[in-house]
Design a protein around this ligand. Structure first.
Ligand code: SAM
Ligand code: SF4
Length: 464
């Protein structure tokens, strides 16, 4: 008998990947994904702990789900197994069990391959099953093969965890130590995805460019080598990777940007701040100029590389002058797109006990100023494409009838009137209009004529 499974996912793309793999583990037990939690036999909240609000949202969601669980029981429609997974579960497992005892299972990101055992225990036991160990075995060795096709674009986790211990960040505590999957396992998963219709794979990791593993040839490979091997898979047209750390950008990976046509010209490379004093306090172990030089080298290898990043404003002790350095760095680099966050104090991290925490209004004002600058850069970047043609991989139907959605090589979301038979194909689209977050275009036939319109990198000399 099929059972209804609802998974709600917060946070990063790694969580999106984990949620898909949880569904794979539960499929042999008869669980099939549904779009609504009401009436489901199992609801999993796959949570994110990176900022404070995310954890609070989980508790308010649990309040709503408790009512659904009670309704299902009252209607004698079976039992709703309620689970909290992911990084909030890892960090605050015991608190969840204490604050929400109606939750049946609480488990971290490293133990979901044991879901069948946890479900069996939860079905027998009255209390919550708590599983937040860091097991010695890797879940990747024990997970079943992915159940069926993932779609035109797919995520593939290659690396997990982090040993860098930035002073603001919980990831090293919730995801554990850095771990790379073996190359053979990754290549096999990529081949299965492509055989199932995937045309674009995004390699995932908290520090994806720190990936290193033994190749099938017995030699130690870095991410550049892995990308070259993936590019040999027939039918895999696009490769991306995220998220990278500036310290792990190896020469061979930079060369891969120049040499591997399937590697898309878009790089998410967080720098967090532009002041060396703050970067040192964050334990980033690189300076703002190291980052500028790195971007110069990347753009020398791949002149049309579009840059993305993450920024934190209002880190403890950040002065107006420090923040001005962040704005200066953003101006120098020129981002196609970027994420910016107010510093959020996370219990257990070194920065959370710094005496010099900044008032909320200061953080708000800085976030607003940074966002204005980043938004202006993103709009200018997108407007530079109007009247030009871009190759778009259509991967979804749009909201409007007859409309398809896809992505340009530079990660812009593009929509156009197009026949559904173009789903999964790379098609030339002339850009008619640009908005902050998307491009609108018309499908064209003929040669690809894109000239990259964006004026990138101000070099270090020019910006000094
Ligand atoms: N490993 C990646 C890196 O080093 O760039 C990022 C991983 S983290 C999941 C994603 C982003 O969340 C970070 O780049 C950072 O900008 C942001 N972040 C992490 N901890 C934060 C905190 N305590 N407050 C605000 N933003 C935070
Ligand atoms: Fe967090 Fe820093 Fe590790 Fe990124 S590198 S996951 S920001 S500790």
């Amino acid at each position: 008998m099929t059972k209804k499974l609802f998974i709600k996912t917060w946070g990063c793309q790694m969580n999106v990947y984990d949620s898909a793999r949880m569904a794979d583990v539960l499929a042999p037990l008869g669980y099939q994904p549904v779009d609504e939690p009401d009436g489901a036999d199992m609801v999993i909240l796959n949570t994110c702990h990176i900022r404070e609000k995310a954890a609070e949202k989980v508790f308010s969601e649990l309040g709503r789900l408790r009512q659904m669980k009670d309704r299902k029981a009252e209607a004698e429609d079976g039992r709703m197994i309620l689970a909290v997974a992911g990084c909030v579960a890892q960090a605050e497992g015991e608190e969840i069990v204490a604050r929400a005892p109606f939750v049946d299972m609480v488990f971290g990101p490293q133990t979901y391959h044991t879901l069948p055992e946890m479900v069996a225990k939860a079905s027998r036991a009255a209390g919550s099953v708590l599983n937040t160990d860091f097991p010695a075995e890797s879940k990747f060795d024990l997970l079943p093969e992915e159940s069926g096709a993932q779609g035109v674009t797919a995520f593939l986790a290659v690396q997990e965890g982090c040993d860098k211990f930035c002073t603001f960040c919980v990831v090293p505590y919730t995801r554990g130590a850095e771990f790379s999957r073996p190359a053979g396992q990754i290549l096999a998963e990529a081949k299965r995805l492509v055989a199932g219709g995937t045309r674009e794979i995004t390699l995932l990791g908290q520090n994806v460019n720190a990936w290193h593993g033994d190749g099938p040839d017995g030699k130690s490979w870095g991410l550049g080598r892995l990308i070259r091997e993936l590019a040999e898979i027939d039918g895999l047209e696009r490769i991306r990777y995220t998220t990278s750390h500036p310290r792990d950008m190896a020469d061979d990976l930079i060369r891969a940007h120049a040499e591997v046509p399937q590697l898309m010209p878009y790089l998410h490379l967080p720098v967090q701040a532009g002041s060396d004093r703050i970067l040192a306090a964050m334990n980033r172990k690189h300076s703002a100029d190291d980052y500028r030089r790195l971007v110069d080298r990347l753009r020398a290898a791949k002149p049309d590389l579009a840059m993305s990043g993450d920024f934190i404003v209002g880190f403890p002790g950040e002065s107006d002058a420090d923040f001005a350095q962040t704005l200066k760095l953003v101006t120098d680099i020129g981002y196609a797109q970027a994420y910016s966050f107010k510093y959020s104090s996370r219990p257990g991290t070194p920065a959370s006990v710094e005496g010099s925490q900044l008032p909320e209004e200061v953080k708000e004002a800085r976030l607003e100023a940074l966002r204005q600058l980043l938004d202006a850069q993103q709009i200018a970047f997108n407007h530079g494409f109007v009247g030009r043609s871009v190759p778009v991989l259509f991967d979804r139907v749009g909201r409007r009838d007859g409309q398809l959605l896809g992505r340009s090589p530079w990660m812009q979301s593009v929509h156009a009137e197009a026949n559904e038979r173009l789903l999964g194909r790379i098609v030339e689209v002339r850009v008619d209009a640009a908005r902050a977050n998307s491009l609108a275009g018309t499908v064209v036939t003929g040669e690809h004529t894109t000239a990259f319109p964006f004026q990138p990198a101000v070099t270090l000399e020019a910006s000094a």
